[in-house]
Design a protein. Sequence first.
Length: 555
Amino acid sequence: MTILEALLAVNPNAISSNLYSLVHDILRNLSRKYFSRFSRIIALMILEPTDKIAGKEFPFQFSESKITKMHNFLLSVPKFLENCTIILEYLQQIMTSLISCNPTNMEKNLTDLTESNAFRESGLSLSGLRSLLQQSHFSEAMASEILTPKWITKIVIKKSNITEILFILSNLLSSKRKVDVQDKLIQIGFFEKVLSPLFDILFHSSLELDSPENQSYDDDYFCNNPLITTRIQLLRIIINICDRDSSNIANKNLFLSTEEINLLEEFTRKENNLNDDMITKNIFEDVKEKGFLHKIILLFEKVHPNSTFSFWLASCIESFLRGFYTPHQIFVANTGMLYRLVKQIVTNEITRFNNIQISYDLLGEIIKFNKPNIILLEKICVKFNWVDKLSKHSLCNVVDSNVFFRSLWLSLERLKYDVMTQRREDSQESYPKICEVFKRDSLQWFALLVETMEPTLISQDNICCVNTSLIMAIFAEENDNLEKYLESLLTINSKGKANQEILENYRNVLLIWHKYYILKTKDCFSLQYTCTLPFYRFVQMKEKIQKFLDKHLQK
Protein backbone atom coordinates (compact mmCIF):
# COMPACT_ATOMS: atom_id res chain seq x y z
CA MET A 1 0.00 0.00 0.00
CA THR A 2 2.84 2.40 0.86
CA ILE A 3 4.61 1.64 -2.44
CA LEU A 4 1.41 2.25 -4.44
CA GLU A 5 0.80 5.52 -2.60
CA ALA A 6 4.34 6.70 -3.35
CA LEU A 7 3.95 5.73 -6.99
CA LEU A 8 0.69 7.63 -7.37
CA ALA A 9 2.16 10.67 -5.64
CA VAL A 10 4.84 10.79 -8.34
CA ASN A 11 2.62 9.73 -11.25
CA PRO A 12 -1.18 10.03 -10.76
CA ASN A 13 -1.73 8.13 -14.03
CA ALA A 14 0.07 5.03 -12.77
CA ILE A 15 -3.24 3.21 -12.30
CA SER A 16 -4.66 2.63 -15.76
CA SER A 17 -8.07 1.25 -16.63
CA ASN A 18 -6.43 -2.16 -17.00
CA LEU A 19 -5.84 -2.22 -13.25
CA TYR A 20 -9.38 -1.19 -12.27
CA SER A 21 -10.55 -4.77 -11.78
CA LEU A 22 -7.62 -5.46 -9.44
CA VAL A 23 -8.28 -2.33 -7.37
CA HIS A 24 -11.99 -3.18 -7.39
CA ASP A 25 -11.25 -6.61 -5.87
CA ILE A 26 -8.95 -5.05 -3.28
CA LEU A 27 -11.57 -2.54 -2.15
CA ARG A 28 -14.37 -5.11 -2.12
CA ASN A 29 -12.45 -7.47 0.15
CA LEU A 30 -10.74 -5.02 2.50
CA SER A 31 -11.83 -4.79 6.11
CA ARG A 32 -12.96 -1.30 7.13
CA LYS A 33 -9.69 -0.76 8.99
CA TYR A 34 -7.67 -1.22 5.82
CA PHE A 35 -10.36 0.33 3.65
CA SER A 36 -9.82 3.47 5.72
CA ARG A 37 -6.06 3.37 5.19
CA PHE A 38 -6.49 2.64 1.47
CA SER A 39 -8.43 5.92 1.21
CA ARG A 40 -5.09 7.74 0.90
CA ILE A 41 -4.54 5.93 -2.39
CA ILE A 42 -8.12 6.58 -3.56
CA ALA A 43 -7.68 10.29 -2.82
CA LEU A 44 -4.60 10.34 -5.06
CA MET A 45 -6.49 8.50 -7.78
CA ILE A 46 -9.18 11.17 -8.00
CA LEU A 47 -6.95 14.23 -7.77
CA GLU A 48 -7.79 16.67 -10.55
CA PRO A 49 -5.45 16.17 -13.52
CA THR A 50 -3.55 19.14 -14.88
CA ASP A 51 -5.86 19.48 -17.88
CA LYS A 52 -8.84 19.80 -15.52
CA ILE A 53 -7.11 22.64 -13.67
CA ALA A 54 -6.31 24.32 -16.98
CA GLY A 55 -9.94 23.83 -17.94
CA LYS A 56 -11.02 26.18 -15.19
CA GLU A 57 -9.34 28.99 -17.07
CA PHE A 58 -10.43 27.72 -20.50
CA PRO A 59 -13.54 25.69 -19.59
CA PHE A 60 -14.35 24.41 -23.07
CA GLN A 61 -10.98 22.68 -23.47
CA PHE A 62 -11.40 19.92 -20.90
CA SER A 63 -13.05 16.54 -21.39
CA GLU A 64 -14.36 15.02 -18.17
CA SER A 65 -14.42 11.42 -19.43
CA LYS A 66 -11.39 10.29 -17.40
CA ILE A 67 -12.50 11.70 -14.04
CA THR A 68 -16.09 10.56 -14.68
CA LYS A 69 -14.84 7.04 -15.33
CA MET A 70 -12.99 7.07 -12.00
CA HIS A 71 -16.09 8.27 -10.12
CA ASN A 72 -18.23 5.55 -11.73
CA PHE A 73 -15.58 2.98 -10.86
CA LEU A 74 -15.60 3.92 -7.16
CA LEU A 75 -19.39 3.95 -7.00
CA SER A 76 -19.42 0.44 -8.49
CA VAL A 77 -17.55 -0.91 -5.45
CA PRO A 78 -20.10 -2.61 -3.16
CA LYS A 79 -20.94 -0.52 -0.08
CA PHE A 80 -18.32 2.10 -0.92
CA LEU A 81 -20.40 5.02 0.40
CA GLU A 82 -21.61 2.97 3.37
CA ASN A 83 -18.03 2.14 4.41
CA CYS A 84 -16.95 5.78 4.14
CA THR A 85 -19.94 6.84 6.25
CA ILE A 86 -19.37 4.21 8.94
CA ILE A 87 -15.66 5.04 9.26
CA LEU A 88 -16.41 8.77 9.60
CA GLU A 89 -19.12 7.98 12.15
CA TYR A 90 -16.65 5.90 14.18
CA LEU A 91 -14.02 8.65 14.07
CA GLN A 92 -16.45 11.31 15.29
CA GLN A 93 -17.59 8.94 18.09
CA ILE A 94 -13.95 8.42 19.11
CA MET A 95 -13.29 12.17 19.16
CA THR A 96 -16.44 12.73 21.22
CA SER A 97 -15.38 10.03 23.68
CA LEU A 98 -11.82 11.35 24.03
CA ILE A 99 -13.02 14.94 24.47
CA SER A 100 -15.24 13.81 27.36
CA CYS A 101 -12.23 12.31 29.21
CA ASN A 102 -10.88 13.81 32.42
CA PRO A 103 -7.99 12.66 34.65
CA THR A 104 -10.31 10.55 36.82
CA ASN A 105 -12.09 8.56 34.10
CA MET A 106 -9.44 8.76 31.39
CA GLU A 107 -7.85 5.31 31.88
CA LYS A 108 -11.16 3.42 31.91
CA ASN A 109 -12.52 5.37 28.91
CA LEU A 110 -9.33 4.77 26.96
CA THR A 111 -9.44 1.03 27.69
CA ASP A 112 -13.10 0.80 26.67
CA LEU A 113 -12.35 2.82 23.54
CA THR A 114 -9.38 0.78 22.32
CA GLU A 115 -11.36 -2.44 22.81
CA SER A 116 -14.37 -1.14 20.91
CA ASN A 117 -15.45 -2.12 17.40
CA ALA A 118 -15.45 1.56 16.44
CA PHE A 119 -11.76 1.88 17.22
CA ARG A 120 -10.79 -1.37 15.50
CA GLU A 121 -12.59 -0.49 12.26
CA SER A 122 -11.81 3.24 12.10
CA GLY A 123 -8.23 2.78 10.87
CA LEU A 124 -7.11 5.16 13.63
CA SER A 125 -3.55 4.71 14.84
CA LEU A 126 -2.98 5.90 18.40
CA SER A 127 0.44 4.37 18.97
CA GLY A 128 2.13 6.14 21.86
CA LEU A 129 -1.04 7.99 22.81
CA ARG A 130 -2.03 5.58 25.58
CA SER A 131 1.24 6.00 27.44
CA LEU A 132 1.02 9.76 27.03
CA LEU A 133 -2.51 9.83 28.41
CA GLN A 134 -1.50 7.56 31.27
CA GLN A 135 1.34 9.97 32.13
CA SER A 136 -1.17 12.78 32.17
CA HIS A 137 -3.00 10.92 34.93
CA PHE A 138 -0.06 11.77 37.19
CA SER A 139 0.44 15.29 35.91
CA GLU A 140 -2.33 17.85 36.25
CA ALA A 141 -0.44 20.30 34.00
CA MET A 142 -0.09 17.71 31.24
CA ALA A 143 -3.72 16.67 31.60
CA SER A 144 -4.92 20.24 31.16
CA GLU A 145 -2.70 20.54 28.10
CA ILE A 146 -3.79 17.42 26.21
CA LEU A 147 -7.31 16.68 27.45
CA THR A 148 -8.78 19.50 25.38
CA PRO A 149 -11.04 19.39 22.29
CA LYS A 150 -8.34 21.18 20.28
CA TRP A 151 -5.59 18.69 21.11
CA ILE A 152 -7.83 15.62 20.76
CA THR A 153 -9.26 16.76 17.42
CA LYS A 154 -5.83 17.51 15.98
CA ILE A 155 -4.33 14.19 17.09
CA VAL A 156 -7.23 12.16 15.63
CA ILE A 157 -6.96 14.05 12.33
CA LYS A 158 -3.22 13.42 12.26
CA LYS A 159 -3.51 9.73 13.14
CA SER A 160 -6.45 8.89 10.86
CA ASN A 161 -7.48 9.29 7.22
CA ILE A 162 -10.51 11.43 7.97
CA THR A 163 -9.35 14.24 5.65
CA GLU A 164 -8.87 11.87 2.72
CA ILE A 165 -12.29 10.26 3.19
CA LEU A 166 -13.98 13.66 3.33
CA PHE A 167 -12.08 14.67 0.19
CA ILE A 168 -13.27 11.54 -1.65
CA LEU A 169 -16.91 12.10 -0.70
CA SER A 170 -16.72 15.76 -1.66
CA ASN A 171 -15.45 14.80 -5.12
CA LEU A 172 -18.14 12.18 -5.63
CA LEU A 173 -20.77 14.71 -4.55
CA SER A 174 -19.58 17.10 -7.26
CA SER A 175 -19.49 14.44 -9.99
CA LYS A 176 -21.98 13.74 -12.76
CA ARG A 177 -23.50 11.17 -10.40
CA LYS A 178 -23.96 13.75 -7.65
CA VAL A 179 -27.73 13.30 -7.32
CA ASP A 180 -27.31 9.54 -6.83
CA VAL A 181 -24.57 10.15 -4.25
CA GLN A 182 -26.61 12.80 -2.42
CA ASP A 183 -29.69 10.60 -2.17
CA LYS A 184 -27.70 7.53 -1.13
CA LEU A 185 -25.86 9.41 1.62
CA ILE A 186 -29.10 10.86 2.95
CA GLN A 187 -30.70 7.41 2.82
CA ILE A 188 -27.93 5.79 4.89
CA GLY A 189 -28.08 8.52 7.54
CA PHE A 190 -24.93 10.43 6.61
CA PHE A 191 -26.52 13.73 7.64
CA GLU A 192 -27.48 12.66 11.17
CA LYS A 193 -24.57 10.28 11.82
CA VAL A 194 -21.69 12.26 10.33
CA LEU A 195 -22.32 15.70 8.85
CA SER A 196 -23.97 17.51 11.75
CA PRO A 197 -22.07 15.90 14.69
CA LEU A 198 -18.70 16.18 12.90
CA PHE A 199 -19.36 19.87 12.23
CA ASP A 200 -19.99 20.37 15.97
CA ILE A 201 -16.64 18.75 16.76
CA LEU A 202 -14.49 20.41 14.09
CA PHE A 203 -15.96 23.83 14.87
CA HIS A 204 -16.13 23.38 18.62
CA SER A 205 -16.24 26.72 20.41
CA SER A 206 -12.96 25.97 22.19
CA LEU A 207 -11.07 25.61 18.88
CA GLU A 208 -9.60 28.74 17.37
CA LEU A 209 -11.15 30.02 14.18
CA ASP A 210 -9.52 33.11 12.78
CA SER A 211 -9.06 36.77 13.49
CA PRO A 212 -7.43 39.72 11.78
CA GLU A 213 -4.98 40.01 14.66
CA ASN A 214 -3.11 36.81 13.80
CA GLN A 215 -3.66 37.13 10.05
CA SER A 216 -5.14 33.64 10.03
CA TYR A 217 -7.08 34.42 6.88
CA ASP A 218 -3.78 34.23 5.00
CA ASP A 219 -3.75 31.37 2.45
CA ASP A 220 -0.43 29.92 3.64
CA TYR A 221 -1.81 29.56 7.15
CA PHE A 222 -4.76 27.58 5.85
CA CYS A 223 -2.75 25.33 3.53
CA ASN A 224 -0.38 24.23 6.31
CA ASN A 225 -2.93 23.51 9.03
CA PRO A 226 -4.39 19.94 8.97
CA LEU A 227 -7.35 20.91 11.20
CA ILE A 228 -8.33 23.73 8.87
CA THR A 229 -7.85 21.54 5.77
CA THR A 230 -10.22 18.97 7.29
CA ARG A 231 -12.75 21.65 8.16
CA ILE A 232 -12.74 22.93 4.59
CA GLN A 233 -13.25 19.41 3.21
CA LEU A 234 -16.31 19.10 5.47
CA LEU A 235 -17.63 22.48 4.26
CA ARG A 236 -17.10 21.35 0.65
CA ILE A 237 -19.29 18.33 1.39
CA ILE A 238 -22.02 20.62 2.75
CA ILE A 239 -21.84 22.71 -0.42
CA ASN A 240 -21.94 19.70 -2.72
CA ILE A 241 -24.67 17.81 -0.85
CA CYS A 242 -26.95 20.81 -1.44
CA ASP A 243 -26.02 21.47 -5.06
CA ARG A 244 -28.71 20.25 -7.46
CA ASP A 245 -30.64 21.70 -10.40
CA SER A 246 -33.90 21.52 -8.47
CA SER A 247 -35.21 22.91 -5.21
CA ASN A 248 -34.35 19.62 -3.43
CA ILE A 249 -36.70 20.64 -0.62
CA ALA A 250 -36.92 17.34 1.26
CA ASN A 251 -33.15 16.94 1.68
CA LYS A 252 -32.61 20.62 2.49
CA ASN A 253 -35.31 20.56 5.16
CA LEU A 254 -32.92 18.34 7.14
CA PHE A 255 -30.86 21.50 7.67
CA LEU A 256 -33.68 23.07 9.72
CA SER A 257 -35.05 21.89 13.05
CA THR A 258 -38.75 21.06 13.49
CA GLU A 259 -39.08 24.10 15.76
CA GLU A 260 -37.55 26.36 13.10
CA ILE A 261 -39.80 24.96 10.36
CA ASN A 262 -42.90 25.57 12.49
CA LEU A 263 -41.81 29.13 13.34
CA LEU A 264 -40.97 29.78 9.69
CA GLU A 265 -44.44 28.66 8.57
CA GLU A 266 -46.02 30.95 11.15
CA PHE A 267 -43.81 33.86 10.09
CA THR A 268 -44.53 33.48 6.35
CA ARG A 269 -48.29 33.48 7.04
CA LYS A 270 -47.94 36.97 8.51
CA GLU A 271 -46.78 38.30 5.12
CA ASN A 272 -43.57 39.92 6.28
CA ASN A 273 -44.88 42.53 8.69
CA LEU A 274 -41.53 43.21 10.38
CA ASN A 275 -41.14 46.62 11.94
CA ASP A 276 -37.97 48.68 11.44
CA ASP A 277 -36.47 47.46 14.71
CA MET A 278 -36.66 43.83 13.57
CA ILE A 279 -35.27 44.06 10.04
CA THR A 280 -31.67 43.66 11.22
CA LYS A 281 -32.38 41.02 13.89
CA ASN A 282 -32.36 37.22 13.93
CA ILE A 283 -36.01 36.39 14.48
CA PHE A 284 -35.08 32.71 15.03
CA GLU A 285 -32.51 33.55 17.70
CA ASP A 286 -34.58 32.24 20.62
CA VAL A 287 -35.42 28.80 19.23
CA LYS A 288 -34.19 26.11 21.60
CA GLU A 289 -33.49 23.54 18.90
CA LYS A 290 -31.23 25.20 16.35
CA GLY A 291 -30.86 23.39 13.05
CA PHE A 292 -27.67 22.72 11.11
CA LEU A 293 -28.11 25.69 8.78
CA HIS A 294 -28.62 27.99 11.76
CA LYS A 295 -25.33 26.76 13.25
CA ILE A 296 -23.55 27.59 9.99
CA ILE A 297 -25.07 31.09 9.95
CA LEU A 298 -24.11 31.74 13.60
CA LEU A 299 -20.56 30.61 12.85
CA PHE A 300 -20.47 32.92 9.83
CA GLU A 301 -21.26 35.82 12.19
CA LYS A 302 -18.17 35.06 14.27
CA VAL A 303 -15.51 34.85 11.58
CA HIS A 304 -13.68 37.79 10.04
CA PRO A 305 -15.31 38.97 6.75
CA ASN A 306 -12.03 38.52 4.87
CA SER A 307 -11.22 35.04 6.19
CA THR A 308 -11.22 31.90 4.11
CA PHE A 309 -13.76 30.46 6.54
CA SER A 310 -16.10 33.36 5.75
CA PHE A 311 -15.88 32.41 2.07
CA TRP A 312 -16.58 28.72 2.66
CA LEU A 313 -19.43 29.27 5.13
CA ALA A 314 -21.08 31.79 2.79
CA SER A 315 -20.67 29.23 -0.02
CA CYS A 316 -22.49 26.63 2.12
CA ILE A 317 -25.46 28.98 2.63
CA GLU A 318 -25.45 30.04 -1.03
CA SER A 319 -25.50 26.41 -2.18
CA PHE A 320 -28.35 25.64 0.23
CA LEU A 321 -30.42 28.46 -1.30
CA ARG A 322 -29.92 27.49 -4.94
CA GLY A 323 -33.32 26.50 -6.23
CA PHE A 324 -34.99 29.68 -4.91
CA TYR A 325 -37.41 27.94 -2.55
CA THR A 326 -39.17 30.88 -0.91
CA PRO A 327 -39.42 29.62 2.73
CA HIS A 328 -35.70 28.73 2.83
CA GLN A 329 -34.81 32.16 1.42
CA ILE A 330 -37.02 33.86 4.02
CA PHE A 331 -35.40 31.86 6.82
CA VAL A 332 -31.87 32.90 5.83
CA ALA A 333 -32.80 36.55 5.24
CA ASN A 334 -34.46 36.86 8.65
CA THR A 335 -31.58 35.42 10.65
CA GLY A 336 -30.01 38.86 10.11
CA MET A 337 -28.03 37.48 7.18
CA LEU A 338 -29.46 39.90 4.60
CA TYR A 339 -28.63 42.92 6.75
CA ARG A 340 -25.15 41.59 7.54
CA LEU A 341 -24.25 41.00 3.90
CA VAL A 342 -25.43 44.41 2.71
CA LYS A 343 -23.63 46.12 5.60
CA GLN A 344 -20.35 44.31 4.88
CA ILE A 345 -20.58 45.25 1.21
CA VAL A 346 -21.53 48.93 1.42
CA THR A 347 -19.19 49.71 4.33
CA ASN A 348 -16.25 48.01 2.57
CA GLU A 349 -15.66 45.53 5.40
CA ILE A 350 -14.79 42.94 2.75
CA THR A 351 -11.66 43.58 0.69
CA ARG A 352 -10.75 40.08 -0.44
CA PHE A 353 -11.81 39.28 -4.02
CA ASN A 354 -13.32 35.82 -3.41
CA ASN A 355 -15.20 37.03 -0.35
CA ILE A 356 -16.69 40.01 -2.17
CA GLN A 357 -17.90 37.78 -4.98
CA ILE A 358 -19.48 35.11 -2.77
CA SER A 359 -21.19 37.81 -0.69
CA TYR A 360 -22.85 39.17 -3.82
CA ASP A 361 -23.70 35.64 -5.01
CA LEU A 362 -25.32 34.85 -1.68
CA LEU A 363 -27.21 38.15 -1.73
CA GLY A 364 -28.51 37.19 -5.17
CA GLU A 365 -29.74 33.79 -3.98
CA ILE A 366 -31.54 35.36 -1.00
CA ILE A 367 -33.61 37.74 -3.15
CA LYS A 368 -34.12 35.76 -6.39
CA PHE A 369 -37.83 35.68 -7.29
CA ASN A 370 -38.62 36.45 -3.66
CA LYS A 371 -41.03 39.34 -3.06
CA PRO A 372 -40.74 39.44 0.77
CA ASN A 373 -36.93 39.45 0.70
CA ILE A 374 -36.72 42.18 -1.95
CA ILE A 375 -39.01 44.28 0.23
CA LEU A 376 -36.78 43.49 3.24
CA LEU A 377 -33.70 44.51 1.22
CA GLU A 378 -35.49 47.75 0.36
CA LYS A 379 -36.34 48.44 4.02
CA ILE A 380 -32.76 47.82 5.15
CA CYS A 381 -31.26 50.05 2.46
CA VAL A 382 -33.74 52.86 3.07
CA LYS A 383 -33.29 52.76 6.85
CA PHE A 384 -29.50 53.08 6.61
CA ASN A 385 -29.41 55.24 3.46
CA TRP A 386 -27.66 52.48 1.50
CA VAL A 387 -29.74 52.45 -1.70
CA ASP A 388 -27.34 54.50 -3.84
CA LYS A 389 -24.30 53.08 -2.04
CA LEU A 390 -25.29 49.51 -2.90
CA SER A 391 -25.86 50.42 -6.54
CA LYS A 392 -22.57 52.32 -6.85
CA HIS A 393 -20.59 49.64 -5.05
CA SER A 394 -22.08 46.99 -7.35
CA LEU A 395 -21.20 49.02 -10.44
CA CYS A 396 -17.62 49.41 -9.22
CA ASN A 397 -17.39 45.61 -8.84
CA VAL A 398 -19.42 44.57 -11.86
CA VAL A 399 -17.74 41.17 -12.31
CA ASP A 400 -18.14 40.23 -8.64
CA SER A 401 -21.68 41.58 -8.35
CA ASN A 402 -23.16 40.50 -11.68
CA VAL A 403 -24.92 37.42 -10.23
CA PHE A 404 -26.63 39.61 -7.63
CA PHE A 405 -27.64 42.10 -10.31
CA ARG A 406 -28.88 39.26 -12.53
CA SER A 407 -31.03 37.90 -9.69
CA LEU A 408 -32.51 41.33 -9.02
CA TRP A 409 -33.09 41.92 -12.75
CA LEU A 410 -34.75 38.53 -13.26
CA SER A 411 -36.94 39.15 -10.22
CA LEU A 412 -38.00 42.62 -11.33
CA GLU A 413 -38.91 41.40 -14.80
CA ARG A 414 -40.60 38.17 -13.80
CA LEU A 415 -42.49 39.43 -10.75
CA LYS A 416 -43.04 42.91 -12.22
CA TYR A 417 -43.07 46.05 -10.12
CA ASP A 418 -46.79 46.21 -9.43
CA VAL A 419 -47.06 42.70 -7.90
CA MET A 420 -43.75 42.88 -6.09
CA THR A 421 -44.16 46.09 -4.13
CA GLN A 422 -46.04 47.29 -1.11
CA ARG A 423 -47.19 50.89 -0.91
CA ARG A 424 -45.57 52.60 2.03
CA GLU A 425 -47.85 54.25 4.55
CA ASP A 426 -45.70 57.38 4.66
CA SER A 427 -45.20 57.79 0.92
CA GLN A 428 -47.07 57.85 -2.36
CA GLU A 429 -44.24 56.06 -4.16
CA SER A 430 -45.46 52.91 -5.92
CA TYR A 431 -42.18 51.07 -6.38
CA PRO A 432 -39.23 50.29 -4.11
CA LYS A 433 -36.53 52.91 -4.49
CA ILE A 434 -33.87 50.21 -4.85
CA CYS A 435 -35.67 48.87 -7.93
CA GLU A 436 -35.81 52.34 -9.44
CA VAL A 437 -32.10 52.93 -8.84
CA PHE A 438 -30.97 49.66 -10.41
CA LYS A 439 -33.40 50.16 -13.31
CA ARG A 440 -31.98 53.65 -13.81
CA ASP A 441 -28.45 52.28 -14.07
CA SER A 442 -29.31 49.36 -16.37
CA LEU A 443 -27.66 50.77 -19.52
CA GLN A 444 -24.49 51.46 -17.56
CA TRP A 445 -24.58 47.91 -16.20
CA PHE A 446 -24.90 46.45 -19.68
CA ALA A 447 -22.02 48.50 -21.09
CA LEU A 448 -19.75 47.76 -18.13
CA LEU A 449 -20.42 44.03 -18.34
CA VAL A 450 -19.41 44.02 -22.00
CA GLU A 451 -16.31 46.11 -21.29
CA THR A 452 -15.03 43.63 -18.72
CA MET A 453 -14.91 40.74 -21.18
CA GLU A 454 -11.43 39.82 -22.43
CA PRO A 455 -11.24 37.01 -25.01
CA THR A 456 -7.66 36.24 -23.97
CA LEU A 457 -8.80 35.63 -20.39
CA ILE A 458 -11.85 33.44 -20.85
CA SER A 459 -12.96 32.10 -17.47
CA GLN A 460 -16.07 31.12 -15.57
CA ASP A 461 -16.38 34.78 -14.52
CA ASN A 462 -16.47 35.86 -18.14
CA ILE A 463 -19.01 33.19 -19.05
CA CYS A 464 -21.12 34.40 -16.12
CA CYS A 465 -20.92 38.02 -17.32
CA VAL A 466 -21.97 36.97 -20.84
CA ASN A 467 -25.01 35.19 -19.36
CA THR A 468 -26.04 38.33 -17.50
CA SER A 469 -25.59 40.54 -20.58
CA LEU A 470 -27.72 38.15 -22.66
CA ILE A 471 -30.46 38.10 -20.01
CA MET A 472 -30.51 41.90 -19.96
CA ALA A 473 -30.76 41.93 -23.75
CA ILE A 474 -33.58 39.34 -23.74
CA PHE A 475 -35.66 41.46 -21.39
CA ALA A 476 -34.72 44.65 -23.24
CA GLU A 477 -36.17 43.08 -26.39
CA GLU A 478 -39.36 42.15 -24.53
CA ASN A 479 -39.67 45.81 -23.52
CA ASP A 480 -38.78 47.13 -27.01
CA ASN A 481 -35.45 48.54 -25.77
CA LEU A 482 -32.92 46.18 -27.36
CA GLU A 483 -31.67 48.70 -29.91
CA LYS A 484 -31.09 51.23 -27.14
CA TYR A 485 -29.00 48.72 -25.18
CA LEU A 486 -26.88 47.67 -28.14
CA GLU A 487 -26.25 51.25 -29.20
CA SER A 488 -24.96 51.99 -25.70
CA LEU A 489 -21.94 49.91 -26.70
CA LEU A 490 -21.05 52.51 -29.32
CA THR A 491 -20.73 55.39 -26.88
CA ILE A 492 -17.66 56.48 -24.89
CA ASN A 493 -16.63 53.79 -22.43
CA SER A 494 -15.20 54.01 -18.93
CA LYS A 495 -11.88 52.22 -19.54
CA GLY A 496 -10.53 54.33 -22.37
CA LYS A 497 -10.72 51.48 -24.90
CA ALA A 498 -11.57 52.12 -28.52
CA ASN A 499 -15.18 51.12 -29.18
CA GLN A 500 -13.98 48.97 -32.07
CA GLU A 501 -11.91 46.92 -29.62
CA ILE A 502 -14.86 46.47 -27.27
CA LEU A 503 -17.12 45.27 -30.07
CA GLU A 504 -14.49 42.83 -31.35
CA ASN A 505 -13.90 41.47 -27.87
CA TYR A 506 -17.61 40.98 -27.29
CA ARG A 507 -18.03 39.17 -30.61
CA ASN A 508 -15.13 36.82 -29.83
CA VAL A 509 -16.37 36.13 -26.31
CA LEU A 510 -19.86 35.30 -27.62
CA LEU A 511 -18.33 32.77 -30.02
CA ILE A 512 -16.41 31.14 -27.17
CA TRP A 513 -19.52 31.26 -24.97
CA HIS A 514 -21.46 29.32 -27.61
CA LYS A 515 -18.67 26.78 -28.03
CA TYR A 516 -18.56 26.28 -24.25
CA TYR A 517 -22.27 25.52 -23.98
CA ILE A 518 -22.23 23.21 -27.00
CA LEU A 519 -19.70 21.06 -25.14
CA LYS A 520 -21.33 21.52 -21.71
CA THR A 521 -24.91 20.43 -22.28
CA LYS A 522 -25.45 19.93 -18.55
CA ASP A 523 -24.54 23.58 -17.98
CA CYS A 524 -27.20 24.55 -20.54
CA PHE A 525 -29.79 22.88 -18.32
CA SER A 526 -28.38 24.59 -15.22
CA LEU A 527 -28.56 27.99 -16.91
CA GLN A 528 -32.18 27.35 -17.90
CA TYR A 529 -33.08 26.29 -14.38
CA THR A 530 -31.39 29.13 -12.51
CA CYS A 531 -32.75 31.82 -14.86
CA THR A 532 -36.13 30.24 -15.75
CA LEU A 533 -35.43 31.04 -19.40
CA PRO A 534 -35.16 28.35 -22.12
CA PHE A 535 -31.66 28.02 -23.51
CA TYR A 536 -32.79 28.67 -27.08
CA ARG A 537 -33.61 32.25 -26.00
CA PHE A 538 -29.95 32.77 -25.11
CA VAL A 539 -28.84 31.38 -28.48
CA GLN A 540 -31.34 33.53 -30.38
CA MET A 541 -30.19 36.66 -28.56
CA LYS A 542 -26.53 35.77 -29.11
CA GLU A 543 -27.26 35.59 -32.88
CA LYS A 544 -29.01 38.98 -32.88
CA ILE A 545 -26.18 40.66 -30.99
CA GLN A 546 -23.67 38.98 -33.31
CA LYS A 547 -25.39 40.51 -36.35
CA PHE A 548 -25.34 43.95 -34.72
CA LEU A 549 -21.63 43.61 -33.92
CA ASP A 550 -20.76 42.35 -37.41
CA LYS A 551 -22.64 45.24 -38.98
CA HIS A 552 -20.79 47.89 -36.99
CA LEU A 553 -17.40 46.22 -37.24
CA GLN A 554 -17.63 46.28 -41.04
CA LYS A 555 -17.95 50.07 -41.09
